[in-house]
Each structure stands twice: as C-alpha cells, then as structure tokens.
Write a protein that binds this ligand. Sequence first.
Ligand SMILES: C[S@@+](CC[C@H](N)C(=O)[O-])C[C@H]1O[C@@H](n2cnc3c(N)ncnc32)[C@H](O)[C@@H]1O
Length: 550
Amino acid sequence: MQHDTSGAAIQAWKQDMSGGTAIPAWDLRASLSGQQRACSRVATQLRKPPSCRSPCAPLALLNSTSRSPAQPQRQFPLRSEVSNYRAFSVVRLLRIEQGGAYADVLSGDGDHTWERELDYVARTLGFQTSALDPRGQRQVTEIVAGITRWKRHLDFLIKAYYDVDGYDRMEPLLRQILRLGVYELVKMETAPHAAINETVKLGKYSLRHGAGNLVNGLLRSISRHKDNGTLLTPKVKGDDRSQARALADLHSHPVWMIRRWMSRFGKDETIKLMEWNNKPPTYGLRANFGRGFSREALLEKLKDIDVMCEPSSVLEDFIRVSSGMQAVIQGGLLQKGLCSVQDESGGLVVKVVDPQPGEIIVDCCAAPGGKALFMAACLKNQGKVIAIDIHKGKMKLLQEAARHLGVEHVVTTELSDLCSFVDKRHLSADKVLVDVPCSGLGVLSKRADLRWRKTVEDFDEMVRLQSILLSAAAQLVKPGGVLVYSTCSIEAEENAELVFHFLKHHPEFTLESVEGYVPSQFVTLDGFFASLPHRHHMDGAFAARLQRKY
Ligand SMILES: C[S@@+](CC[C@H](N)C(=O)[O-])C[C@H]1O[C@@H](n2cnc3c(N)ncnc32)[C@H](O)[C@@H]1O
C-alpha cells in the first residue's frame, strides 16, 4: 500500500497548522506614524515571527491554537495492530517539520486537539488507529519532543548505517519512521525487538512492504552494533570547525550555535549547555499568594498528585517541577488560581523590576502575562499594572489568567503596538518593563524545535526591533523611574550589547546594578541579571535595570 505524503494530505494539515505558527502581532497597519512606522517596518521585514511564546506563559496558551474545522473524515481501514502512539508521533513530527508547527512539549492536551490528530493520522498514513488514552498522549508528547531534540544525532546514525545519498532522497514519512525506531533503540529503554517490530509495521502499512524491510535492516544493524559496543560515534577532533561539526552530530545542535557558544564559553561549558538543552525540561510554578495560597500548601497538593518537585532555592514562592506537569494541568490547579506556570528565570526578572505597592508599572510586551501577573500580585491591591501587547489572542489569555489569579482589578490591558501607544498616550510610570521578543536561545530545553528554526541571520533584524521597542518603552518612564529591559536569550547582541548601545544614545538613563534585587550568582560583572541554563539550572534570561535621571 502506498500513500502520497507530499500531496493533498500534507496540504490539509499544513493549512490547519498555520494557526499555530502565524503571529498576527506582526500584521501592523501601514498607516502608522513616526516611531510606529519604524516598529511596523521591522516587524513586517521579519520573515519569521520572533519567538514570543514565553515558556513562563500560562499553560492555556500552550494548549490553544486556532485551527480551521476538521476536514470531513474519509473511510480508512482500522489497523489496531499498529501502535497508536507511535503512529501519532510520526505524523506529528511530519507536521512539525513540514508544517512548521510548534513542538511544544506541553501542547496538544485538549480532547478536541487529540481528536483532530486522530484524523491527521488517518489522512496521512492511510489507515486509522485507536484513540489515545492519557498515557498514550504523554508518550506522544515525550517522544516528539525527544526526537525533535535529537534529530541531528539520529540522522547521523541513519546516514552512517544507510547512506547519505539514500537519506537525502528518502520520503519524509520514511525518515520520520526511521528516526522513531533509532530513537527508541538508542535513547529510550524500549526492548529492541519491540522497537524494531513496531517501527517495521508502521513502515509497511503506511508506505509499502519494501519500506518495512528497509526499516528492519537498518534498525537491526544499529541494534547489533549498540549491543556489541561498536555503534559509530562522531569523533571530536581537528580544527574548530571540524570539532563543531562533530559536536553538532553528537549533541544534536546546529553548527553555528555551537561555534558561537564555543568562542564564548569554551568547549566544556558548551557541551554542558547542550546537555541541559537535551534533557527533559523542568518547569517552575509560582504559588499564588494573592489568593492566600502558600508555597507549603502547594507543595503538599503537588505531593498528593505525585508531582516530582522541590522548593526553589532562589525565589520564595516558587517550586521547581522535574516531572508531572500533566498532573498539575489535569488537577485543575491552574484554573483554580492556586498557582501559575513561571520559570524561576522569569520570576527573577520581576525581582529586578522590584514592584512595590502603590506603584504604576507598565509592562510593554506583556502577553501572555507571566511577569505582568506576578508584578500585579506584588502590588498587594495597591497600584496598577498597565499591560500592553499587540497580540489579541495572547492578551485574552492574560485577562483570563488575571481573573483566575484574582488580580484583575490591578491590571489594565491595552491591546496596541507599543510604538503607537507611546505616540498617543503620555504616561509617566514609576517602573516600565520591556520583555522583548527574542531568539529564545535561553529556552531551548523547553522549545525543542527552536534550535532548528533559528538562523544566525535572524539576529540583525531581531536586534533592530528590540532597540525600537526599548526606545519606545523609555518614553513611558518618569524622571527617577526605572526601566527594565529583558529577554529569554543568552546572546550578547540581544542583551548587554544592545543595552550599552541604548545608553550611548540615551544619556538620560544610567545603568543600575541588579545587586540586591537578585541573588549574587545571577549578577554579571557589568551589573546585569543573567541566568545561564547549564550554570543555574533554569531557563536562560537577561535583564538590565536602567534609571531615568531627568
Ligand atoms: C517575550 S514575549 C513577552 C512575554 C511576557 N512578558 C510574559 O512574561 O509572559 C514578547 C511579547 O511582545 C509582544 N510584541 C511584539 N511586538 C510588539 C509591539 N510592537 N508592541 C507591543 N507588543 C509587542 C508579542 O506579542 C509578545 O507577546
């Protein structure tokens, strides 16, 4: 049986997935004036939308993508002998690679979404599988994230035991099936006979008999070499470029990223950073003291539902979750407003802002609201957080989350492009946070697909937009007030370099050290806040605290 995986079926889910990748924030109006136009120009020049889905976003966002209604279901034969979660995994991987969908480790939890995916599976593979139970759903989420992370390493093995030309010509679906089989053999604890038999069935039924044979031969060969301890491994030797290429195959990252990190951190630290990025991510939860809910009470609740977690050692209301986020979601803790999902690095950025009761604080790029809502809680019902963002859908989520957390009366939302807001309104705020869209290179453990979607060319345009947003935000700060610039990036262009450039052109601002606002291990020599995943075991982030003199 043969199915065309490059034709109508792929088009169908490509269309459906576009809702998950399009960022309407960038559709700025041509009629904007002055600085507005500058914002708009940079925005429309950006080919790809910047990474603006913060990992500290409320989970509702991660689960919501607006999609067109499902196509009418054709009749496909049921193949109950094919493992359903494996079939779902390869189809989702295909969608990610060809449709550009997000490989978010927490996505796809609503029934509606899984139902839709069942339909994608039938239309892509040409047969139906049974629906997934919650365990199967978790398996798909984990396998897809794992294969997305390890893609380059898996491809190294496939090319080594098949051949490079054959790999280049391979049908996209067959490539995903092979990646799944190799992943199960080398990165999971799956028994070799199960990994091989199940993957062979997928190849045979979704493509043709010969594909099953190919999968069988390649996986058996890899399994045999693994058992004998003779599995090929990239040799890290030669000049910097050759070493970076071998490390890229070994640790599954793009060569350009490795070269950039090697020149900054050295080889050993770069390897540690990649190891962190390849591990299943940890998540942060912030106990909502606004609703009178303590961290201790939250820890008790989490223990009851078997969530593996520990109190944060750097933030008093935070908990670090190493596994069991699905239970947190299913347990309804977020909807009840007992806690919100926020990485400790995001919490530390709020500490740099240091919100105090009675203050007027503007959050210039606020949605989906992780930092804005934490700041609102810190105001203890006195003061205001004015949350500005250009993205309508994410702004809605911010408003919803504000209600869940019980801080809606201190949060005002402004759906607007920051530059047009600044042109129209003359605010004079105590504190202004501008948490700009960025490369997201500090959050690669959570955003498995990001490493493959970013290119070195993205930086220039991103930095131009960040500079424009920072200059616009600066206009909202009162004399004596504070401006905080932040990213979830670990790259100098978007961080320290950009801030120094800003200070050169804005003598009304001075750099204030973050010493005293965050623990000393996060304070750089220049007085910035910086978290590095491999050193601090949390997402990478950056913040600068700037004071307005006049
Ligand atoms: C990194 S995210 C902010 C995350 C948020 N601070 C949080 O903690 O949840 C960047 C945000 O900037 C917004 N954005 C991008 N360009 C903008 C503009 N010109 N004006 C206002 N917001 C903008 C995006 O819509 C996105 O929500």
